[in-house]
Design a protein around this ligand. Structure first.
Ligand code: ADP
Ligand code: MG
Length: 289
């Protein structure tokens, strides 16, 4: 395409709510055949709410909420915000942790009122040698994200959070398919949640329970199969995959790390605009060769 056509395409993009890093980005957009979608914050709203609270037999609901809420209060993860807000609603002001550490893709670890606290996926606790009582695991309804908590090496209980699929996601996936792209869902969340979200929006190819550092490997594997991959994401944990994909689309509502790593930004965080971006580049490059 001529520089003029690319400039026009870039300007049209801005009108649609697409920020393009450089005109050359439109060239790679055209060749894409697969679009990998992050789940949390991309296909779903990322605004989760605390739903179920199940204390272990040896713990009180009040201490489960107080310890888990206190630690999650220090984290910016959407799940953490839901847990902290829900805990505060139920038990009032939460203590400030004496120590706090993020464990990417698993949860958070820290010290609250002198107690060693872990909050996150089951694996975070089991890796630390905490036994999960069977009734706690069984308490979690299918399709919910479970947040387990432990204090001083013993399970305190499990909280469930749910996140809604964006109203526009199914339409966005249908538009991407109509452009001949194969949609793929990629998430660190558990298989049951991933499959239920995928079914709701019309995606058949799902990669679940993928650690943040492994998201980029999924993109590489698809590329090694000869596929041309676009990746859409919003999180810090999506940045490497966005940079490695043939085309990285960052949600404008997401983190700075994602926006910096992407080739394009969907300013309003509307997934339907991903299809507009691909349509625009095909049109820009197709009309003037
Ligand atoms: P996604 O890939 O869907 O954006 P992440 O990679 O950020 O999700 O996290 C993967 C999983 O790790 C989450 O679905 C959640 O189960 C767990 N997790 C991560 N951080 C936290 C946290 N602060 N509190 C509870 N659970 C967490
Ligand atoms: Mg995300």
């Amino acid at each position: 395409a001529t520089p003029t056509a690319l400039m026009v395409g870039t300007g049209r993009g801005a009108q649609l709510g697409i920020l393009i890093k450089g005109p050359e980005v439109l060239e790679s957009t055209r060749k894409v055949d697969t679009v990998v979608l992050d789940k949390t914050g991309t296909v779903t709203t990322g605004r989760m709410r605390l739903q179920g609270v199940y204390a272990a037999e040896t713990a009180e609901e009040h201490e489960l909420l107080r310890f888990a809420g206190a630690l999650e209060h220090a984290s910016e993860h959407p799940i953490a915000r839901a847990v902290a807000a829900g805990a505060e609603e139920r038990v009032g002001t939460l203590p400030v942790p004496e120590a706090f550490e993020n464990v990417p893709g698993l949860g958070v670890r820290g010290v609250v009122e002198g107690h060693q606290v872990l909050v996150g996926r089951a694996q975070l606790l089991t890796d630390a040698g905490v036994e999960l009582p069977r009734e706690l695991v069984a308490a979690v309804p299918a399709g919910c994200t479970a947040v387990f908590a432990a204090g001083d090496g013993k399970a305190l209980g499990v909280l469930t959070v749910a996140d809604a699929v964006k109203e526009t996601s199914a339409e966005a996936v249908a538009s991407l398919r109509a452009l001949g792209l194969t949609p793929v869902l990629l998430t660190g969340d558990n298989r049951a949640v991933a499959d239920s979200v995928a079914a709701e929006v019309g995606i058949d190819e799902v990669y679940a329970e993928v650690m943040p550092e492994d998201k980029v490997d999924v993109v590489r594997r698809l590329q090694a199969e000869g596929r041309r991959v676009a990746m859409v994401g919003d999180g810090v944990n999506d940045a490497a995959a966005l940079a490695t994909a043939d085309l990285g689309l960052a949600m404008g509502t997401g983190t700075d790390a994602a926006i910096e790593a992407g080739d394009l930004t969907l300013v309003r965080g509307d997934l339907r605009v991903a299809a507009d971006a691909i349509r625009l580049s095909r049109r820009t490059l197709g009309t003037i060769k």
